[in-house]
Structures are given as C-alpha cells and as structure tokens.
Design a protein. Structure first.
Length: 361
C-alpha cells in the first residue's frame, strides 16, 4: 500500500482513522451511532486501586523487559450493542496469554531503534515513481498531526484539524520542532502497523488480536457497561481516562489534565491491573478490519478475517485499532467506549495511535 502524502490522498487517510462520523453514504449500511491526587481518604475507589494494583501478578517478559500481566483465559461476551460493526454480541473463548501493563513508551521504542537501527514508515524516503503526477516536492517523509483550528465550518471536513506534516515521526510527533525529550514515559506514536509489528517481533512478542485486547479491557465486567470500568464517565468528579473535554476540535478544556498524550499509568488501572485501555492513544491490533466480521467470527481464539474491507474506503487495507485516544469525545468520536472498534490504514501513522504487545503462554 502506497503511503499517503498529498492532501487529496491524505483526506482518505483521516476519514479511515478514528473520527467515525455519520456523514458518509455507507452509514445506512453500517451506521455509527456515536460519534495531583490528594490524601487517600478522599480518593475514590478506582484511584485507590491504582495505588494497590496486583503487583504479585506482574512479570517482566520479552527483550523490552516490559511489565506484563497474565490473562487467565476463558469465555466472555465480545462486542457492543451500541455500534453496528461491533454486533452481534457473541461469546468468545480465549487461551491464557500475557499482555503489557501499559502502552509501549517512547523510551522502550528508542531502545528498539538503538539496537536495530530500524526506520519507521514516517521516516523513510518516498519513491516518485510510486506517485505519478504528484509534485516531487510533496514527496517528503512525514505523517499526520492533529492541530486545533481557530474556526470550524461544519464537522464534515476533517482536514480542518488534521494535517500532513513533513518530518513528523515518532521522535517528533507534532513535527520537526517537537520532541519526546521529557516524554520518555509517554506512549510512542506516529507508527504505521508494520512499525508496531516490527517492535513486537524484536521483543519476542506479537500484537494482540482484538478479541484478546477486548477481553483484557473488559476485565471480567458485564458486556452492557458503557465504559470498560462501568456505567459512569467520572467517579466523584474525577476523570478515569485521557479523552477530549470541551468543544471538539477547537477548544480542549483539559479537565483530565492533558491536551495530548499522558504518561503511562496516569489514570487508574482496570481490575486486571492494566492501564489506558480507554483513551490516551489508539492501539494497533493484528486483525484486519471488516464491519461484518462478527457475523461469522470464530468462537475460539478468533484472529480476524482473512482480508480487509471497509465500505467507506473499499480500496484501502485497514487493521483494527482499539481503545480510543485523547481526541475521543461524545460529540464526534465515541469509539473509546466498551466493545467499540476503531480502524486505521496500515501505512498511515498519526500522533494519537500507539500499541501494546502480548505474548503466548
């Protein structure tokens, strides 16, 4: 799949990303119904749990020596009654596996690059012969960056807040003047699917299937919960995930304390001791994306369909992304909620997509 570099092609990238607006012609077929703690005596239960997570179940595995938690395996109800492409709700049985406690960080990815010399998709030069008719001056390495616009004319044109930025990459997630210095403990972003896959292989791991990811995120809770942690968005007035507050896309009120990504472990873990299974950055999964897949998916260790198909963009290859990001909000992108699915073109990195790894037992 050729990389998307000019705005005409870039438009399809972002439409395929995480916005999931209702405006496309195919919505009728696959409609999207969404779009400093103080003393422990005043900390609500989820925040108390963050200080008392089950450290006895944490192991360090892989070449990256990342903290991982053992998932016991078993049956759970997968999907969501709210989102058409996450239906029908169906029972899935999984074998035990290990999963990273948090997203892969900038520091972890830097170690991988130092040892291997790996160049990410966003850093690689582009061959003009692959892009006939495109001005060669536009064919420069880079990736997609969210920028809050001063004025918005409707919500249909996502290029009002997404831009292709030359030299934006994992070391410079918002462009060449940005840096990850001081953000070593933030999730690494600006990675295409193959970049995440390469890291996982180096670490002796793999990317999770979306069934494994959802099983870990639900942490034994009922399938009808609105959020992975329960029914309420806030707990005692405190935000439980890094998402977008305010008026998207122009005014982020940062009520959760963050405008973009947050350091890993900034918010409470779930009952399995996992962080950021909702919000912060989207996470690549190994499954190809098809909105109709749940109608015939396997009931035992499903690994996704054999190919990709998105009726909104039938000519692009997409993989599933899970969990939402710091840009998710109830007005435009609700796909941070429990059981929902995201999707991304495999060679299109953005500054709100990362990943975590799993390991077979």
């Amino acid at each position: 799949m050729k990389r998307i570099v000019n705005l005409l092609l870039f438009a399809s990238l972002i439409q395929a990303c995480q916005t999931n607006s209702k405006s496309t012609e195919t919505s009728a077929k696959f409609p999207d119904d969404s779009v400093a703690l103080c003393s422990t005596t005043s900390i609500p239960s989820r925040f108390t749990a963050a200080q008392n997570s089950p450290t006895d179940s944490i192991v360090r595995k892989g070449k990256d020596a990342a903290e991982m938690v053992r998932m016991p395996g078993g049956k759970f109800t997968m999907g969501s009654a709210t989102f058409q492409d996450a239906q029908p709700l169906h029972e899935v049985e999984l074998s035990p596996f290990l999963i990273d406690v948090h997203e892969v960080t900038n520091a972890q990815f830097a170690k991988f690059v130092e040892e291997t010399g790996y160049k990410t998709v966003a850093e690689r030069p582009l061959d003009p012969s692959d892009f006939p008719g495109v001005d060669p001056q536009l064919l420069v390495p880079g990736s997609a960056v969210f920028k809050a616009p001063e004025h918005v004319q409707g919500m249909e044109n996502h290029l009002q807040w997404w831009s292709y930025v030359p030299d934006a990459n994992w070391k410079h997630p918002e462009g060449p003047k940005s840096s990850i210095k001081g953000k070593e403990n933030h999730p690494v972003t600006q990675l295409a699917y193959q970049d995440a896959e390469a890291y996982a292989k180096w670490a002796g791991k793999r990317l999770p299937t979306e069934a494994e990811w959802e099983y870990a995120a639900k942490a034994g809770k009922h399938s009808n919960e609105t959020y992975y942690w329960g029914a309420e968005k806030l707990e005692n007035g405190k935000w439980l995930a890094n998402i977008y507050q305010g008026e998207f896309p122009s005014h982020n009120s940062k009520e959760d304390g963050f405008e973009t990504s947050a350091p890993v472990k900034s918010f409470p873990p779930n009952d399995y001791g996992l962080y950021d299974m909702e919000g912060n950055v989207w996470e690549w999964c190994s499954d190809f994306y098809r909105p109709d897949y749940y109608q015939q998916s396997s009931k035992s260790n499903p690994k996704g369909p054999s190919d990709s198909y998105d009726p909104q963009e039938p000519n692009t290859v997409k993989k599933v992304q899970r969990g939402g990001s710091f840009l998710c909000n109830d007005q435009y992108c609700e796909r941070y909620k429990a059981g929902s699915r995201g999707k991304g073109e495999i060679n299109s990195p953005t500054n709100n997509v990362g990943f975590r790894c799993v390991m077979d037992i």
